[in-house]
Design a binder for this molecule. Structure first.
Ligand code: URA
Length: 181
């Protein structure tokens, strides 16, 4: 089993109700030896249409944040806690994200074995490290099961509330520093 096999399996997954309404599975993209992994909430409309993660407006901001921190998007593995778009962009339900994390995300993390995992937004933060209060914990690093996770705002939150943008810029720079050793 490798990442490509897992991606093929995910493309015909029927393990939760999200497959019923999706167009494409958005498994994730980036190099298998990426030192940094970023995990968002769920594919949106543009991602569902194309099968690629973070290519809509929050994706454009994410790409800018990555470049602003002196990184290249092509060097980062980017995915989300669920691989299929929830209708009307509702938040993924617990059964949906726990199923998807167990079947796919945990294995993606094992294959890629990144130095640091950036969790973008409340949904990814809660699903992976069980924390809630992003305003207080963003920028912090949490060791969980032998991996390092950093909590960050979701780029969509910074599009909605521009006041968060400088904090997201700073956190992305810290994320880069953490991956350098
Ligand atoms: N938001 C996410 O969390 N993931 C995507 O792929 C796009 C938007």
């Amino acid at each position: 089993m490798n990442l490509e096999n897992l991606c093929n399996i995910a493309s015909s997954c029927r393990s939760c109700p999200l497959h019923e309404s999706k167009t494409h599975t958005v498994f994730g993209e980036g190099p298998e030896d990426a030192r940094i992994m970023l995990i968002g909430e769920a594919p949106g409309k543009n991602e569902d249409e194309t099968g690629r993660p973070f290519i809509g407006s929050s994706g454009k901001l994410l790409t800018d944040l990555i470049s602003g921190a002196g990184l290249n998007r092509d060097d980062i593995y980017i995915t989300s806690i669920v691989k299929c778009r929830p209708l009307n962009n509702r938040k993924p339900r617990k059964l949906e994200y726990t199923t998807c994390i167990d079947l796919y995300l945990k294995k993606q993390i094992e294959f890629i074995n990144p130095d640091i995992i950036g969790l973008l937004g409340n949904s990814a933060i809660y699903a992976l490290i069980g924390k809630n209060n992003i305003k207080q914990i963003h920028g912090n690093i949490y060791p969980v099961d032998g991996r390092k996770y950093m909590a960050l705002f979701h780029p969509a939150a910074a599009l909605y509330s521009r006041i968060l943008l400088p904090q997201l810029v700073e956190d992305m720079i810290q994320l880069k520093k953490t991956a350098e050793f």
